[in-house]
Design a protein around this ligand. Structure first.
Ligand code: NAP
Length: 288
């Protein structure tokens, strides 16, 4: 160390998550857990910002001016974030949406860690002999974009997008190599030929209708994933498990997508492990 090096910089590092509504976000708990583990002087706050580009732009500019290092972005601002930022990563550009904004002196940088977060989560479940032929994605909203691009990254040959609103499915399929569209009514038939099936709709979430799909003919090697994490075991995952299929819940994606933001803004070590998972499960159950 040089003779005139000062004490380590202990000024607090600041980050936020922007959304509407944002009260039930688990992101502050994830970041607080990581910061506490390594004693990082870090604060991560939830910020409710009403829908609309102008509201997002005002909030993001204010955070930047206040010295925040960055922010995660969730519904309904992921497209606003990409539009507002001066620069974007290839992932954010490919998705047409950003869930991370890093504030720089001159321009903000938009990124998308939903893609890497889901790719990592699924890769951890995949065995070396698993076929990567057909993937079925239910949904075509913001989360489905990240999922479909992750499946493309993992090498699936055909990625079938099945969404209630066909026009949104078509728009998403155009972004994906190997992407094609199938009618929403076909979902049970398509499940019979899918190596992996992902629910990326809001169906099955607490307060929403359940996802109506028949897994009776799904192949025994299929992996069934639900990115909804409240409840943790959705009716889809319960049925898949009852049929002996491998399952992947939404909490794994949530934890993995958070890590790049923590490392960019607040600290160094963002370990996705059983302890973090237990804390999130407790929060979902409403216990301390
Ligand atoms: P979004 O952009 O609003 O998209 C919602 C999707 O759900 C659309 O495809 C929509 O179809 C479909 N949908 C909603 N109600 C439906 C119904 N009654 N019948 C059929 N389809 C219906 O939302 P999002 O950002 O993609 O989020 C979707 C879910 O993913 C949420 O539950 C969210 O919590 C979860 N999520 C999880 C993670 C994670 O890390 N685990 C990350 C992001 C999001 P239409 O196009 O026809 O409206």
């Amino acid at each position: 160390m040089s003779a005139n090096a000062g004490p380590p910089d202990r000024s607090p590092r600041l980050a936020a998550v922007i959304g509407w509504p944002i009260g039930h976000s688990l992101s502050p708990l994830i970041h607080r857990t990581w910061a506490d583990r390594e004693g990082a002087p870090a604060y991560y706050i939830p910020l409710a910002v009403e829908p609309g580009f102008d509201a997002f732009a005002a909030a993001a500019s204010r955070l930047s001016a206040l010295g925040f290092a960055g922010a995660n972005v969730t519904i309904p601002h992921k497209e606003n974030a990409l539009k507002w930022a001066g620069r974007a990563s290839p992932d954010a550009a490919a998705a047409g949406a950003a869930n991370m904004i890093t504030f720089d002196e001159d321009a903000a940088y938009a990124d998308n860690s939903d893609i890497g977060g889901f790719a990592q989560a699924l890769d951890d479940v995949l065995a070396s002999g698993d076929p990567r032929g057909r993937a079925l994605v239910l949904g075509a909203g913001g989360a489905a974009r990240g999922v479909a691009l992750a499946l493309q990254r993992l090498g699936y040959e055909e990625i079938v997008i099945c969404n209630r609103t066909a026009a949104r499915a078509e728009a998403l399929a155009r972004r994906i190599h190997g992407g094609r569209v199938a009618p929403w009514e076909m979902r049970s038939d398509l499940a019979a030929r899918a190596d992996v099936l992902v629910n990326a709709t809001a169906l099955g979430m607490t307060g929403q209708a359940r996802l109506d799909i028949d897994l009776a003919a799904a192949p025994g090697h299929a992996i069934v994933s639900d990115i909804v994490y409240d409840p943790l075991v959705t009716p889809l995952l319960a049925e898949a498990a009852a049929r002996g299929l491998r399952t992947l819940d939404g909490l794994v994606m949530l934890m993995n997508q958070a890590a790049p933001g923590y490392r960019a803004w607040l600290g160094e070590v963002a370990q996705v492990d059983g302890d973090l998972r237990r804390r999130l499960e407790n929060a979902l159950r409403g216990s301390p």
